[in-house]
Every structure is written in structure tokens, then in C-alpha cells.
Design a protein around this ligand. Sequence first.
Ligand SMILES: Cc1ncc(COP(=O)(O)O)c(C=O)c1O
Length: 421
Amino acid sequence: MSDLAIDGGPKAVAASMNDSWQDVSDQERQYVNQVLDNQDDAYAQLDLFDEAYRAFVGSKHALCMCNGTAALHSAIFAAGACAGKEVIAPTATWHATITPILHCNATPVFCDIDPQTFCADPEDVKKRITARTCAIVVTHLYGNPADMDAFLEIVDGTDIALIEDASHAHGAMWENKRVGSIGHIGCFSMQEKKPVSGLEAGVATTNDDDLYDRMLALGQSGRCGALWQTDRFTALRNMGLGVKYRANPLGIAMARAQLERLPMLNEQRLAWFNRMDSLLNAIPGIAPQKTYPKATRGGMLLYSGTVNPEVFGAPLSVIVKALMAEGVYISETTSWGYSAMHLEPLFNDFSFRGLGGPWADLPPDARRPMCSLPVSEALQATSFWLATPVAPSAEWVEQTAQAFAKVVAHRDRLSKIAKEC
Ligand SMILES: Cc1ncc(COP(=O)(O)O)c(C=O)c1O
């Protein structure tokens, strides 16, 4: 076997990755141009998108918004989060799953994750439920659905709302249902490199008229008047509660075109994820992110997995350095997103004193103290993600897997490098 590239040997990955998710097609251009050419009717785009997304997910309602964070805020607000209530959420997620809980003046309660799927661990969630719990948010991390059977069972017969953060998981399935139609509300980001993108946009889905109206009331000022399902908020007319999370029609026109080709893009991405899984599973010391038997990945924002530093003879940072030298597009270190939000100052002891809004006079005991979540914390030292194209060449997939095999085969050299660091 040749020397490691870090020692001057040839790179294992010579093939280029060669594509990206947002290669914009003529369809995006056409839909965006239609809005520009017909500006008086621009907002009709929102209705067109909502209908298309609702039909795609299989939910009664869809409501597009200015971003995924707004969708999560609307969902968590609709679930009744307020002072004195708690919302359980996984620590392995993006901060936008959690910050809306603070904005509702409720308390975030972090839960640990399943070490193999990286999604919220239902057993850990059960331990954290109290009389104050009003919602559980689960993140289908990187497009990998959480254990929806277990979470439906947990909320069954309770008043607890189950919110799916499906920001990475457009088109993912649990058995024969699409994510976003399984819990009480589904939230999707459509920002930048998300599987369906309006560059900056989001969408929430629900089957429940009351939850839909509450989301309208919070954030759809200027649009809600035509959409109320019940008479609960009609006195607010088109103003709602005055917050404007309405989406930009240009972004939504782009997202509508992306939604049309999502099934094809998901098929392509799933094919190489499955191939990479089988190649990496055959290499000692590597475990790709696992999927529950009833789940089908969709969206698939990132390909991820864990390495076993003992088998590689070196810590993650050295393994990553060696893989990067081989030409692998790998996360440089575990990013602060997607791993351990419970350790972030914002969710712990950050002082909001002197600021406005609901946090300004937050009593010191309003938030749970920093907790220990051993599975998530341990994963910080072992997990990685790869750059994630749509349809890379077969060579790129094979060579990326070969790079892992090459690096682990040089474990003695890796140990030496680790000692020198
Ligand atoms: C898991 C998760 N939830 C929510 C969001 C927020 O979405 P947005 O950036 O569209 O506000 C993101 C964004 O990356 C995310 O990764």
C-alpha cells in the first residue's frame, strides 16, 4: 500500500466530486421569471407552493415561511410553549430547533440521542417528561428519520405536541408516510443547500386546523385573513398577531421548481449513500449513520458516520487531517452545530440582563442547569460528515471509501503522528 498522502504519498481520491444539489435548472428560472413578469400576482406563488408541498408530504396543510427558524417558532408557539412550560429537544441539532423555545419564554429540556442513528433517543425523552412538557421536537438529522413509532406512542393520550424538525429530510419516509405528516407539525428549512431550497425559506405542515390557525396567527400577518380554518382568530382579521414570517415569492418560486425534481434527486442521493454505507461497513473502525428499519432517508443533507479512534490508533482530529490529505471532503472537526447544543452558553448561563424581550428578566432558575448527555458528548470525539453531492461519479464514491481503508491500514503511522502532535 502506498504511503499516506500526509507523508507525501499519492492521494486516494483523484476523482472530482463534480456536482452540487443546487444546480439550478431552467424550471427554477422559468418560475422565478414568471413572478418578475407578473408582480401584481406575485403572492399567488405562496398558495401554489403550499398546495404542492401539502400534496407532496400528504398533510392537510402546508404554510410556507421566510425560513425554517420561523416555521419552528410558529410550531412551538402553536404547541402552547410559554413561561412555565417545557419543550424537549435533542442536543444534536441546529440551534434553530431550540432558540424558538426561548423566544416563547419556555424552557428547553435537552435529551440525548441514539448513538447509531444520531436522532433523539425515545427512552431518554421519556425520562424527561414532566407535567410541564407541552412539546417534543425531534430532528430527522441529516435526512434520517427519528423513531416515529416510539414518539407517537409517547405522546399518545397526552396533550404533548410532537413536532418534527425535518429541515434536512424533505421526502424522507417512515413506513409509507412522509416525514412532516406523522407528528402534529412538521417543519422544513428551505435555506441554501437544503434539499428543496428557496435560498432563504421554510415551510410547516400539519393535519390539524387549530395548530394551523395558531401558526397563521403568529406569523402570517397580511396573509392569514384568507386562510383561517376556524373562527378562533377571525377577529384579528388579516393582521394576526402582527409578526411577519411570510415567505418571499421569488424564493418560493425557486423552491417550487426544486420540489418537482426532489424525488429524482433523492433517488440519486440515496443510491450513493447506500453504496457508501456498504463500502464503509466493510472497513474496520468505521460505522456509517444507521437508519431505523421502517425509515427511508430523504433530503439527506449530509453523509455522516463515526470512526473508532482506538482502531485508527489516533484521535478524530488526526484521522480527519490524514483523510483531508487523501482528498476526502470531510468536516474539519465536529462542528458546534449538530452535536451538543446543551453546552452552548445561549442555552445555559448566558445573561440576557439589559436586553429586551421575554428574556430580559428571566429568573436564574428559569432554565435547566447544564446537563450531561453522555452519548452526544462522546460522539463529538468520533463523528464526521462528508461533503454531500447529489450524483457523484462512482469513482469518487469508491475512492473516498478507499481513502478510509488506506488511513486505517496505516494505524501505526497515525499513532506516531498523534504522539508528535
Ligand atoms: C436541523 C435544523 N433545523 C432548523 C434549521 C433552520 O432553518 P433556517 O436556516 O431555514 O432558518 C436548520 C438550518 O440549517 C437546521 O439544520
